[in-house]
Design a protein around this ligand. Sequence first.
Ligand code: NOJ
Length: 742
Amino acid sequence: MIRLSVFILFACYIVMAIEAKSLPKTNTLDQRVDSVLKLMTLDEKIGQMNLLTSDWDVTGPSINKGYLADIKSGRCGNIFNAHTVAYTRKLQEVAVKESRLGIPLLFGYDVIHGHKTIFPISLGEAASWDLEKIERSARVSAIEAAASGINWTFAPMCDISVEPRWGRVSEGAGEDPYLGSRIAEARVRGFQGKNNNLADPLTIAACVKHFAAYGAPQAGRDYNTVDMSERTFRDVYLLPYKAAVKAGAVTVMSSFNELNGVPATANKWLMKDILRKELGFKGFIVTDYTSVTELVNHGVAKDDAAAGLLSVKASIDMDMQGEAFAKYLKNQVETGQATIKMVNDAVRRILRVKFQLGLFDDPYKYCNTEREKKLIYAPEHLEAAYKVARSSMVLLKNANNTLPLHKGEKIAVIGELATSTRDLLGSWKAAGNWDFMKSILDEIKAYNGAENTLYSLGCKKMGNDRSEFEAAIEIAKGADKIVMVVGEDCDWSGEASSRTSIKIPGVQSELIERLTALNKPIVVVLMNGRPLDLSKESKLADAILETWYSGTKGGKAITDVLFGEYNPSGKLPMTFPQNVGQVPLYYYAKNTGRPIYLPNDKYKSKYIDCTNDPLYPFGFGLSYTTFSYSDITLSNNNLTNDGAIEATITVSNTGKVEGEEVVQLYIRDLIGSVTRPVKELKGFQKIALKAGESKKISFKITPDMLAFYRLDMTYGTESGDFKLFIGGNSRDVKETNFTLAK
Ligand code: NOJ
């Protein structure tokens, strides 16, 4: 009996596989998809719309232990949080050999900044402003994930955020829509390959998340309400998602939050009108973790069934872990509440991606043990992670050229984070392993000699235990310079890690203060996933190096920067405020009717206890050399509507060592039908200059760079006067003017 049913199942699979595969090459992808769809029962279709987590990793509040049985019965067509060839093969075999139709599973995982070889957190990578390196990071992540049985990553995260309290700023590209868009495209290219060739066994499907505006929760509290004007949404928040979709990402994830009263997962306007119609998205939409059933808590559905119905009507295709489709959709179709067309459309979109990935041709395409052995932690992957890590670090202060340190100097290394390898990986470590890694202290010792490197814990990253202070001070007395490694525990950023204070936690700053009494140069090395309030440390420390969470090779990369083996070149992708009371503080703000020109003017848009300035502006970062900028020359001061002008500037390395500089172009539209930001990033180039070298850098200015949503909500330009700025950060710039003709 068992044999017979296995035979029948196998025969069914062969029929389907033959049917799907044997279609002549002239048959389109859609015809191949339909050839499978027509074999499916309603239950099997709904099974394809169901995504369940395996118990291999925990990334949300619930786990379904019965996923094996669900795969077998066809109730679950997709799995996430499972990895390794051995395990994914086992699950794929159940789907292919034991389910009636043998439709292969998708395997999703949060491969955000690396799978095994971990790169810097996404915010850190963004600080490199190096699109090639960022693409390479996503490429390596895809190669290792694919080699490990995964065919779908839940990345890139494209959420713009001006909220340092929100822990998830660590996962994005920061505050700016232009930089965010270029990075989103680079990541899609990296994951899916340059030509989006998903048939390649070393590419994986990307997932643009979290659609939409998840990065703007009120008060910076994760999952909280988002309320913003459609204009801000379109001009700012939508852009990186749009760029990623345009780059060819085949899946999108709906976000947890509501947008202007309608939760994203039930938001027809977002999913149908914007994503599918306006952006032309052809792939499938998956929800975030249980965000369908959370519609009940949001108060827009009375129960899980109603929640599922709202989602399917909003054209959500796949339910992550909520099981509302699996439990209720069949009855809803049978009773006419939902249509079979809704189901068929969703399943078509899902099967399409499975076909694009080549899973119907070879369901075990990602399951090659040899390849897994060869590619995981491949030397070239570690090398790529090391290079990105070095480029991601931002030198925030360097009084009296405290840095670089000199080999052989006596260095006192202090702080718990100096010895922690786990923290170097940051949030979303995927399958990354920290046991074999070298810490910052290990690498400093290896470079500087153990005899020249002293260590004391000083204090932990959290808590208020001061009992090791004195020991650290004693150790520091014997050193030429002090390197204090401080910051946040890696789990203090990422999902569900919002903070009301953005100061360095615990008593770490207090110890820095105690150490200043020794009158020795103090270097603060920061590890954190968000802009911090460094107003105190910026006064106490002689040098500050922002290293984020820099990944598997972070220890060596940090050591290189500290000792001048690499000249820091990172620039902040988010504004660092003076204190949390200024938040949200971002460079593309509006001028207001009462801008402040003189500090003591009373009735102006300002605070009485703090200036409006950031501590470190967007785009800021120092180098061990210095750069000077000439005045800007324009090829023409008048730009026509079908024309282009060129802005040129000469950048010179005026210091003694070679260095890299990120030359940034900003524009301001002076008079608009609606108010316009005081500056908007419109271009950048990262260049390398030898000591004493100068280079001419040109930017092409075209009218499309000046477009925005006008008073009547049409998208386009308005003629008039513009300011154009070029500089090494958003504050210190050269400027000139041009006009856009009528
Ligand atoms: C919830 C997170 O918001 C999302 O980013 C992630 O991809 C899913 N969990 C799956 O782990």
